[in-house]
Design a protein around this ligand. Structure first.
Ligand SMILES: Cc1cc2nc3c(=O)[nH]c(=O)nc-3n(C[C@H](O)[C@H](O)[C@H](O)COP(=O)(O)OP(=O)(O)OC[C@H]3O[C@@H](n4cnc5c(N)ncnc54)[C@H](O)[C@@H]3O)c2cc1C
Ligand code: SF4
Length: 562
C-alpha cells in the first residue's frame, strides 16, 4: 500500500512541544502527521536508568575517544554521559558555525521525544512580572499576551503532566496545580529557615517544582527515586512526550508518527498565501517526499524551526518564509547561569540522605520584584541542593590503612550550593542565519549563530555570586566559595526568541496565538515564539502556548477561517 501523503495537520518535531501539538490536534479530531528527523524510541530497549555502571562498557566513565571525536559539544552537558550520550546528537553529523569570537553551545537531541527525554523537568509558571517586562523597560517588543491569557492553559497542561511542588502564593512565581512536594533534606530546611528570618521573608527557599510524579497520576506511576532521569524512565514517572503525550495521541488512532523524516522546508502557494505542506528527506533512503496538510505546526525547537523557514525562501519571502518583518532568526536568548556559591553547613552529622531524589531546591526571583536594583534589569532564581560529601572529597589526607578504608565509607560534611539562572534580554543583534558554506549530512544548509551576553547578563551573574554568598553567611555556613564563571550562551539549553510573537506584523513573526502573521495556516509553538526570557525554566510555558495554539487553530478551521 502506498504511503498517504495528505493529512489535516502536519507537526514537525516530536519533542516537548511536538508531542503536545500531536496530542491536542489528534484529540480534537485532526488526522495528524508527526514528522521526526530522528529514530524511534522503544522505552523497553532504549531507557537505561537502571543499568548499573559495571554493565557499561566503560563502567560509566564514558567512551572518551568517541565523545571527543563525535560529540565535542554535547559531551560538555552534565546530562550527556555513557548511558545517555545516545540521546544527544553527534556534532559531526549536525554541525553549525559561529562567529569566531562568539561561541555558542547548542545542545540537542534528535529522536522521537527530542530533549523531553533528557530534560531536567524543572517546571515553573511565568507571571505578569515577565509578560509586562519588555513594555516596562522599553526593550524589544511587548508580549501580546498577559498571564490571564495563559493561566487556564497552564492549568490544562499541568493537570496532564503532573507537577510536584509547594504552593507559596508569590506574585512573581504563580503556583501550579501541584501534586505533593518532594521533601527538603535537613540542611535545606535549615538554610530555608535561616534565610527567611534574615531577609524578612523576601527570599523563599522551596523544593523544585518538577514534572515528576509523587503519586500515581493518569496511568503513570509515582517516582521511585532511582535518580538518573536523563537516561529514560520505564515507570514513566517523569513527563516526556514518549512517556505521556505521544501515547495519548496514538490512542486517538489519528496520529501517523514518521521517524527518520528530516523536514527540509515548508511549501508555500503564493496564490492562496498558504503553506501547502512540507518537503522531507527520508533519513534512511534519502528520497525526497512532499506531504500536504491544511495546517502546519513547526515544533522542531527554536533554532531548527527557523532553519526550516530560512530554507523555505520564495521570491516573495527571500529572507525566509513568513519573514516580512525581518525578525526571523533574531532576538535569540538563553538563560545566563554559572553564578552562585558553595559552602559547608555545620552539624547534622547524624543524618544521611536516603534514595536519590531527582530534584533540588528552588529560590524564586527576589531582585527587581519590589525595589529596583541599581546595576541591572530583571532578575534570577536559584536552583541547588544540600548534600553530604562522598568518598571523593579530599579524603587522601584523612589517613592510611584501616583508618583510610573506614573514612571511605563515612559521608563527609553537609555542603550546600546555590546556582543561579538569570534572565537574558532580547537583542536584535543576537541572531542566526544560514551558513553559506556548510551543509549537514543531508545536504541541508547549516545555521551560523551570532550570540553574546550583554553587560546586563554579566551583572546578573556577578550578583548571583554575591547574594548566594550572603545567604550562606546568614545561615552560618563556612568555607563559602562564591563563583561567577563565564560560560557561552546556549549552555543553559533554553534557547528561544527567534520567531517572536507580537502585535505588529512589522516587528514580529507570530501573533498572540503563535500563528505566523504572514501565513495564516503556519504555527510555530516552540521556544522561537518567546518575546522575553523570564528567569524561570521555559518548557512549561512552551507546552501551555502549544496547547493554546492548537485550540485556536482547530477553532479557526471549524469556522472556515483557516
Ligand atoms: C539536559 C537538559 C536539561 C534541561 N532541563 C530543563 C528543565 O529543567 N526545565 C525546562 O523547562 N527545560 C529544560 N531543558 C530544555 C528543554 O528540554 C527544551 O526547552 C524543550 O525540550 C524544547 O522543546 P522543543 O519541542 O522546542 O524541542 P525538542 O524537545 O528539542 O524537540 C525538537 C524535535 O524536533 C526534531 N527536529 C528538529 N529538526 C527537525 C527537522 N528538520 N525535521 C524533523 N524533525 C526535526 C528533533 O529531532 C526533536 O525531536 C533541558 C534540556 C536538556 C537537554
Ligand atoms: S528518579 Fe523517578 S522520574 Fe527519575 S527515572 Fe527514576 S523513577 Fe523515573
Amino acid at each position: 500500500m502506498s504511503e498517504s501523503t495528505t493529512f489535516d495537520a502536519i507537526v514537525v518535531g516530536s519533542g516537548m512541544t511536538g508531542g503536545w501539538a500531536a496530542k491536542e490536534l489528534t484529540e480534537k479530531g485532526l488526522k495528524t502527521l508527526v514528522l521526526e528527523a530522528g529514530r524511534p524510541i522503544v522505552p523497553e530497549q532504549d531507557y537505561v536508568e537502571h543499568v548499573p555502571a559495571w554493565d557499561m562498557k566503560f563502567r560509566g566513565m564514558g567512551d572518551r575517544r568517541f565523545q571527543l571525536k563525535d560529540q565535542p559539544i554535547q559531551r560538555t552537558c552534565y546530562a550527556c554521559d555513557e548511558w545517555s550520550s545516545k540521546f544527544f546528537v553527534k556534532d559531526t553529523e549536525h554541525p553549525y558555525t559561529t562567529a569566531p569570537d562568539k561561541p555558542f553551545r547548542w545542545i540537542r537531541g534528535r529522536q522521537v521525544g527530542g530533549r523531553s527525554i533528557m530534560w531536567g523537568r524543572q517546571s515553573y509558571r511565568w507571571s505578569d512580572l515577565d509578560f509586562e517586562a519588555n513594555l516596562r523597560d522599553g526593550i524589544g517588543v511587548d508580549w501580546p499576551i498577559r498571564y490571564a491569557d495563559i493561566e487556564p492553559w497552564y492549568d490544562y497542561v499541568e493537570d496532564f503532566v503532573g507537577i510536584s511542588g509547594e504552593a507559596l502564593g508569590l506574585p512573581q512565581l504563580p503556583d501550579s496545580k501541584f501534586l505533593p512536594p518532594m521533601e527538603l533534606n535537613c540542611a535545606e530546611k535549615f538554610v530555608r529557615e535561616k534565610v527567611a528570618k534574615h531577609f524578612g521573608g523576601e527570599r523563599v527557599l522551596t523544593i523544585g517544582r518538577a514534572a515528576i510524579l509523587t503519586q500515581n497520576h493518569r496511568g503513570r506511576a509515582a517516582c521511585h527515586y532511582c535518580g538518573p532521569c536523563e537516561r529514560g524512565c520505564i515507570t514513566r514517572s517523569y513527563f516526556s512526550s514518549v512517556n505521556a503525550t505521544l501515547p495519548a495521541a496514538e490512542k486517538t488512532g489519528r496520529m501517523t508518527l514518521r521517524p527518520f523524516s528530516v523536514v527540509h522546508s515548508v511549501s508555500f502557494d503564493s496564490k492562496t498565501r498558504r503553506a501547502t505542506g512540507v518537503r522531507v528527506i527520508d533519513g534512511k533512503t534519502r528520497a525526497t517526499i512532499e506531504f500536504r496538510a491544511k495546517v502546519v505546526f513547526l515544533c522542531a525547537s527554536a533554532l531548527e524551526s527557523v532553519r526550516i523557514l530560512f530554507n523555505s525562501s520564495t521570491g516573495e519571502f527571500p529572507g525566509g518564509l513568513a519573514n516580512s518583518s525581518g525578525e526571523l532568526g533574531h532576538n535569540l536568548m538563553d538563560h545566563v547561569k554559572a553564578g552562585g556559591a558553595d559552602a559547608t553547613i555545620p552539624g547534622f552529622e547524624d543524618q544521611v540522605i536516603v534514595g536519590r531524589r531527582p530534584n533540588g531546591i528552588y529560590m524564586p526571583r527576589f531582585r527587581n520584584v519590589k525595589s529596583r536594583h541599581p546595576d541591572f534589569l530583571r532578575g534570577y532564581a536559584f536552583q541547588g541542593s544540600g548534600s553530604r560529601e562522598g568518598w571523593a572529597r579530599g579524603i587522601m589526607q584523612t589517613g592510611f590503612g584501616p583508618e583510610f578504608k573506614k573514612s571511605l565509607s563515612r559521608p563527609g560534611p553537609w555542603r550546600f550550593t546555590f546556582y543561579g539562572f538569570g534572565e537574558c534580554l532580547p537583542n536584535h543583534n543576537n541572531f542566526v542565519e544560514l551558513d553559506k558554506e556548510t551543509v549537514d549530512i543531508w545536504g541541508i544548509p547549516n545555521l551560523k549563530i551570532h550570540c553574546a551576553w550583554s553587560e546586563n547578563e554579566r551583572a546578573l551573574r556577578r550578583d548571583m555570586a554575591i547574594s548566594a554568598a550572603e545567604m550562606l553567611a546568614a545561615a552560618g555556613a563556612h568555607d563559602i566559595e562564591p563563583f561567577s564563571t563565564e560560560e557561552p550562551p546556549g549552555f543553559t539549553i533554553h534557547e528561544m526568541g527567534t520567531a517572536r510573537m507580537g502585535r505588529d506584523p512589522k516587528t514580529s513573526v507570530l501573533n498572540s496565538f503563535n500563528q505566523a502573521h504572514d501565513i495564516k495556516n503556519l504555527f510555530i509553538t516552540d521556544g522561537g515564539a518567546m518575546v522575553s526570557s523570564s528567569c524561570v525554566n521555559p518548557s512549561l510555558t512552551y507546552m501551555a502556548l502549544t496547547a493554546r495554539a492548537c485550540d485556536y487553530a482547530v477553532q479557526q478551521m471549524k469556522k472556515g477561517a483557516l
